[in-house]
Design a protein around this ligand. Structure first.
Ligand code: HEM
Length: 415
């Protein structure tokens, strides 16, 4: 990889391309190289400024006034006119959390935190166990794709159940959700854009109708919690706000955790002595999850846009610059983690990772994600300690700038 052109008026990297094959296959050697080279640089391939070091990334996350979240969900590359037309007709989402700044973000997030109360999250634990057990019970010995069998259906089912969507709609909803990562974070073809945009309009309409039903008759679910806040004070949270939250959560709470659990199982099975340690003592799992989040999270990079010119580690980043923060590079920054490139489930300070962000946008679903991963690993450690990765398989990762997880994970499931 050519290094940064420091002689240019700003440091420009001509070969850093998060949609390029080497990066998609394994971004971490590239993260390490660019973190070493510069704290920040302009990446021509994606027209973004890239920030590489833990301290600077933490400072970005703690400064929402300078680093706006407004670009969080915006397509990296311009949408086709056709896709824009489809969305204009039938998709009316507006920023509510991950792509929203204060003061609206503060208001919406406060009410969501009520819905994500420890009480409601705790009520999910038996449901996660039950669903994970049902999925594992259904596995036949032999070669199995664990993404299809477990890591995809578990978070999908849980987030839809949490929001309150009926069980019988799950397959239809999953169909509509497909490929949304490519839409906002990848470089989809015109045909793909048409298909995804159409699915987004179906899904949006479904969310609108669903929230209207809950408003007419609230029950015991997260959406009804929000509806009750609306009924008590319509100015605090509108039904449109709630529709936006339901729409956004069903994505945020799903692909992220599928990908993370896939990465987690892959890492553990690739390090058999650490997998054996977990199988021998399952109380190691919560700590192992922090190391897995540090070492191989499902969101190794996230986005911001600057509201003014700002210095990042001595590099001048202009106003209105689109910014990519390399969370994965921060999580392996040698200034913060000893021997950062080694995977060690007994690491004492792994929890200082930035995998869930930091500050006002800190991931609201972190407790749920941790719970789902913990239960999936616990169940596998109990049931199939002899689980092995199918040898010599190629792992395929979707091409996009932010999300990372294997599309399939083949294992030999013992009889
Ligand atoms: C391992 C799985 C997950 C990872 C790695 C992850 C990571 C992240 C990251 C990096 C952010 C952005 C923080 C920022 O902008 O500063 C975020 C925000 C968010 N996440 Fe997660 N997440 C995961 C699972 C979940 C789940 C299960 C849910 C929902 C149930 C969820 C809901 C959200 C929401 C709503 C936000 C926006 C919060 C805000 O802007 O205030 N995430 N997450």
């Amino acid at each position: 990889m050519t290094s940064i052109d420091a002689a240019a008026s700003c440091p420009v990297h001509h070969s850093f391309d998060p949609l390029g094959e080497p990066y998609i296959a394994d971004p971490y050697p590239i993260h390490s190289a660019v973190r070493e080279e510069a704290p920040a640089f302009y990446a021509a391939a994606i027209d973004m400024w890239v920030i590489t070091r833990y301290d600077d990334i933490e400072a970005v996350l703690k400064d929402p006034g300078t680093f706006s979240a407004a670009v969080g969900q915006r397509p990296v590359f311009p949408m086709s006119e056709e896709a824009q037309g489809i969305l204009k007709e039938g998709f009316h989402a507006y920023p509510v959390m991950s792509d929203c700044d204060p003061p609206r973000h503060t208001r919406i997030r406060k009410h969501n935190m009520t819905g994500f109360s420890p009480r409601r999250i705790a009520t999910l634990e038996p449901k996660v166990w039950a669903k994970a057990t049902e999925l594992v019970d259904a596995v036949e010995p032999g070669q199995v794709d664990l993404v299809a069998a477990l890591t995809y259906p578990l978070p999908a089912y849980m987030i839809f159940t949490f929001i309150g969507f009926p069980d019988e709609d799950m397959d239809m909803l999953k169909g509509w959700c497909g490929n949304r990562i490519a839409f906002s974070w990848g470089r989809p073809s015109a045909d793909e854009q048409r298909e995804i945009a159409t699915n987004m309009t179906h899904y949006w309409k479904y969310c609108e109708d669903f929230v209207a039903r809950r408003a007419a008759e609230p029950v015991d679910d997260f959406t009804s919690d929000l509806v009750r806040i609306h009924l008590a004070d319509p100015d605090a949270l509108s039904l449109a706000d709630i529709t936006n939250v339901a729409y956004g959560l069903s994505f945020a709470g799903h692909e992220t955790t599928t990908s993370f659990t896939g990465n987690a199982i892959r890492q553990l099975l690739s390090n058999p002595e650490q997998w054996a340690a977990i199988c021998a003592d399952r109380s190691l799992i919560p700590k192992a999850i922090e190391e897995l989040l540090r070492y191989d999270s499902s969101i190794p990079a996230w986005r911001r846009i600057t509201t003014r010119a700002v210095d990042v580690g001595g590099v001048r980043v202009p106003a209105e610059a689109k910014v990519l923060i390399l969370l994965g590079a921060a999580n392996r920054d040698p200034k913060h983690f000893e021997e950062p490139e080694s995977f060690d489930i007994t690491r004492g300070d792994a929890r200082r990772h930035l995998a869930f962000g930091k500050g006002i946008h800190y991931c609201i679903g972190a407790p749920l994600a941790r719970m789902e991963a913990r239960i999936a690993l616990d169940l596998l450690a109990q049931r199939v300690p002899d689980l092995r990765l199918v040898a010599d398989q190629d792992f395929d990762f979707p091409a996009n700038v932010s999300f990372r997880g294997p599309r399939s994970l083949l294992v030999d499931w013992p009889g």
